[in-house]
Design a protein around this ligand. Structure first.
Ligand code: SF4
Length: 450
């Protein structure tokens, strides 16, 4: 039996794509190898969002090949995902041992292409073409954490993005927006529920644009809200999350859905990117700081406990000290529960890469550190407020922080570690918070309520 090892870099969309490739290969008779050393096929699913992510994936492949080539002359190597899409044949030119380069609309062809390579029908394969309906082919699941024990699962609902933010390579690597049909997604969620999954995360590069062009409004409700309503009907699914939305995609229908649909979690990831209107315009984000703050206000009016997280880019071309101060003040005004700060990295073919006013790495690093300090201080104060409060978590399994404990997440997306056992897995459990750690809450054994 042949075996495959898949290493994934990047976002949840990449994790989901790797799960789909793994499911496809297992169905074709492959085993999943525990390490790259013992695998017959090593696939690296790549990210292009920052140059460092690309260099990491290339470095990893170089290391794997360097360690194994002499001992395992028949081992097959492949790149897939965003960097495979954007670099194509040049990856094989750079690393001639690589056999397969699979673009973002070709994940479903992995097994077929590996068969061709093993059978000697083809030597090197590079496929980064556009493929009609590829979004509907990412369906089968290999669930993480031991398969049938998984409590949560990612469901890919759409691919691509038409927004063209000036810093972002995604529209080039993932292509135009393409959405699956609602019945198809619901069927996948039903299947997951029948396998014990209690929480689904609906995934896409810009989920709030789901079905925009193909599914008409229904009683003023967007296709995305219609999809959430349909998933909400599924027995066994207790919670619905989604990522990534675009702040400008949060219409009143979606805000109102939080009040109406109890399975929709009290959590919103709203990537703001900057607190400066000047930079938001240069980034082509399509909203102002005021509109963003109003949106947060609307969400908190509907759900006062709403956890709000965000992404922020530091060092966008032309960012002045004043622009950066606007970003810091926005963080304090909104009081994000968590923010991911990204150092700006110029990406090929994006408008921002050619903009004047590119900042030095030192300045970006210095601002990034200042941002992290503000974000971490705000979050620490927010987490402290949970001490003594009762929260409900969905228990996901053994804690990633402490293997002797279990963990789950609150509806507002806070991780809670507690001394549970297997019988708690998949349960909605009420706990009282005793103490906090770094972005973690701890429930006390003496008073957890069964
Ligand atoms: S909306 Fe998101 S994925 Fe689309 S271009 Fe902007 S940052 Fe990239």
């Amino acid at each position: 039996m042949l075996s495959v090892y898949i290493k994934t870099y990047g976002c949840q969309m990449n994790e989901r794509d790797s799960e789909a490739v793994a499911a496809q290969l297992v169905a074709r008779g492959y085993a999943l190898a525990p390490t790259e050393q013992v695998a017959d096929v090593v696939l690296i699913n790549t990210c292009s969002v920052r140059d460092m992510a690309e260099q990491k994936a290339i470095g990893k492949m170089q290391t794997v090949i360097g360690q194994a080539r002499k001992k395992r002359p028949d081992q097959i190597y492949g790149f897939m995902g965003c960097m495979a899409q954007s670099r194509g044949q040049s990856l094989i030119d750079q690393l001639p041992d690589v056999d397969l380069v699979l673009g973002t609309q070709k994940f479903h062809r992995a097994a077929e292409y590996l068969d061709d390579i093993f059978a000697g029908r083809r030597d090197k394969i590079v496929d980064t073409d556009v493929e009609e309906d590829s979004e509907a082919k990412i369906r089968e699941h290999i669930l993480p954490g031991g398969g049938e024990k998984a409590v949560t699962a990612f469901v890919s609902i759409m691919q691509g993005c038409n927004q063209h933010c000036t810093f972002c390579i995604v529209p080039f690597t993932r292509g135009e927006e393409r959405s699956r049909s609602i019945p198809d997604i619901v069927a996948e969620c039903r299947d997951l529920a029948s396998r014990g999954v209690r929480e689904v995360t609906l995934l896409g590069q810009i989920v709030t644009s789901f079905g925009k062009r193909d599914i008409p409004l229904k009683d003023g409700r967007s296709a995305f809200v219609q999809l959430i309503e349909a998933v909400h009907e599924i027995e066994g699914i207790e919670r619905i999350r989604f990522t990534s939305p675009h702040p400008k995609g949060y219409g009143d229908d979606l805000v109102e859905a939080y009040a109406r649909l109890p399975k929709l979690v009290e959590s919103a990831h709203l990537p703001v990117q900057s607190g400066s209107d000047r930079l938001l315009k240069a980034m082509h984000r399509g909203y102002t700081r005021e509109r963003f703050v109003n949106l947060v206000g609307k969400l908190r009016a509907v759900k006062p406990g709403m956890g709000i997280t965000t992404d922020i880019i530091v060092g966008f071309p032309g960012e002045t000290e004043e622009d950066f101060a606007d970003t810091l003040s926005l963080c304090s005004e909104v009081e994000f529960d968590m923010a991911f700060g990204f150092k700006y990295s110029p990406r090929r073919d994006t408008p921002a890469a050619a903009m004047p006013g590119q900042l030095s790495e030192e300045l970006i690093e210095e601002r990034h550190q200042r941002l992290l300090t503000v974000i971490n201080d705000l979050a620490a104060r927010k987490y402290e407020r949970y001490v003594g409060r009762q929260v409900q978590i969905l228990v996901e399994g053994v804690s990633r922080r402490n293997a002797a404990r279990f963990e789950g997440r609150t509806s507002c997306n806070k991780i809670v570690v507690f001394p549970g056992s297997e019988r708690h897995r998949g349960q909605l459990l009420d706990l009282r918070i005793e103490r906090v750690g770094h972005y973690t809450l701890y429930g006390d054994p003496a008073i957890h309520l069964d």
